[in-house]
Write a protein that binds this ligand. Structure first.
Ligand code: SF4
Length: 339
């Protein structure tokens, strides 16, 4: 198998694809294949092939429409109604401890995105795991939506661990400054004042600057009728890592139970016994660290509580100030204030 790290090392040294081809003896098409593989092209190719429509490679609106169709088909295949919430995210489930109703509404809003993550990971990892088959051959491409949804059925948790090890190797190269960290450069290159960023962008920027760096991988797990998608901020052999930032110490008291629960969910699904959680408090510029055993019982209990709310149990309203800044305050019937 050709070594993608070698190719990226040469790119870092400013080699063109043509020059890399001369140095390595690989054809330029092989090098382009590696690049496409890295960008997740197998997913786009498979989608286009399953629906026999090449425009799906370049038309995001059409892709969105087809993804909605595929989500319904997948629910159908699982014997679930099209209105049933199936694809949920670990981070949004952990948000139960911020507001139970918000946790439910956010998961509903994000379901198509979680399904997209589930599908892309299954397809891209499946082709990645085939080793030398970096790009799907014609006869490997799905010929129907059903065949598309079957891709990845064979992936085991052991395979996910194998891919994680691959990423750990890549991270070592990044740390050794052999491979360019383009996403960090992109963020740094924007030069937008920190104060002008949205809360979400601030969190992301702080994560890049303050969070510890460990390898990670996104994957999904079946729990009862749900498919739970998650990507910890880090996974080592021994622990899962979660990093959060918050404005001040008062808010940290509300963020901490969410962060610890999120790490419990990661630990439960990704089979790690320890969790390392860091919360950066912006007003003091300090980072609090919590290292504890993963509470698997708490993770399962949270999933059950979330399920009860999803099945119609009325949640307790949160503190009024939470509702006043909530993105769902216009539609939420559980809010704790009258407009
Ligand atoms: S408006 Fe209040 S109760 Fe409703 S989802 Fe938002 S925080 Fe929760």
């Amino acid at each position: 198998m050709k070594d993608i790290y070698e190719m990226m090392r040469l790119k870092k040294r400013g080699y063109s694809y043509k020059k890399i081809s001369e140095v390595t003896g690989w054809s330029t098409s092989t090098i382009v294949k590696y690049t496409l593989q890295h960008l997740g092209i197998p997913f786009s190719l498979c989608l286009a092939s399953a629906f026999r429509d090449c425009s799906l490679m370049i038309n995001p609106k059409k892709v969105l429409k087809k993804m909605k169709e595929l989500l319904q088909l997948e629910k159908d295949r699982r014997g679930l109604s099209k209105d049933k919430l199936v694809f949920i995210g670990m981070a949004d489930v952990a948000n139960y401890y911020w507001c139970a109703m918000k946790s439910l509404l956010k998961n509903k809003k994000m379901e198509l995105e979680f399904f997209g993550a589930y599908l892309k990971d299954r397809i891209n990892y499946s082709f990645r795991l085939k080793g030398s088959g970096l790009m799907p051959d014609m006869d490997e491409l799905p010929r129907s939506p059903d065949e598309l949804l079957d891709i990845g059925n064979e992936i085991t948790f052991r395979d996910i661990e194998k891919l994680l090890k691959e990423r750990a190797k890549m991270l070592e190269l990044i740390k050794a400054n052999i491979v360019d960290i383009s996403f960090v450069d992109l963020h740094a290159g924007k030069r937008i004042p920190f104060e002008s960023l949205s809360p979400k962008q601030r969190g992301e920027a702080l994560e890049i600057r303050k969070a510890e760096r460990y390898p990670t991988i996104r994957w999904n797990f079946n729990w009862e009728d749900y498919v739970v998608v998650g990507e910890p901020d880090g996974i080592t052999d021994n622990f899962v890592y979660e990093f959060k930032s918050t404005k001040n110490r008062f808010l940290m008291n509300f963020v901490k139970p969410v962060a610890l629960t999120q790490a419990d969910l990661y630990g439960y699904f990704f089979k790690r016994n320890q969790k390392r959680v860091q919360i950066h408090i912006m007003e003091n510029d300090v980072t609090e660290t919590f290292e504890e055993r993963v509470d698997k019982f708490h993770a399962i209990e949270t999933l059950h509580r979330f399920k009860s709310i999803d099945e119609g149990e009325k949640p307790l309203p949160p503190k009024e100030w939470k509702c006043r800044v909530c993105e769902f305050k216009g539609i939420c019937k559980a809010r704790s204030f009258c407009p």
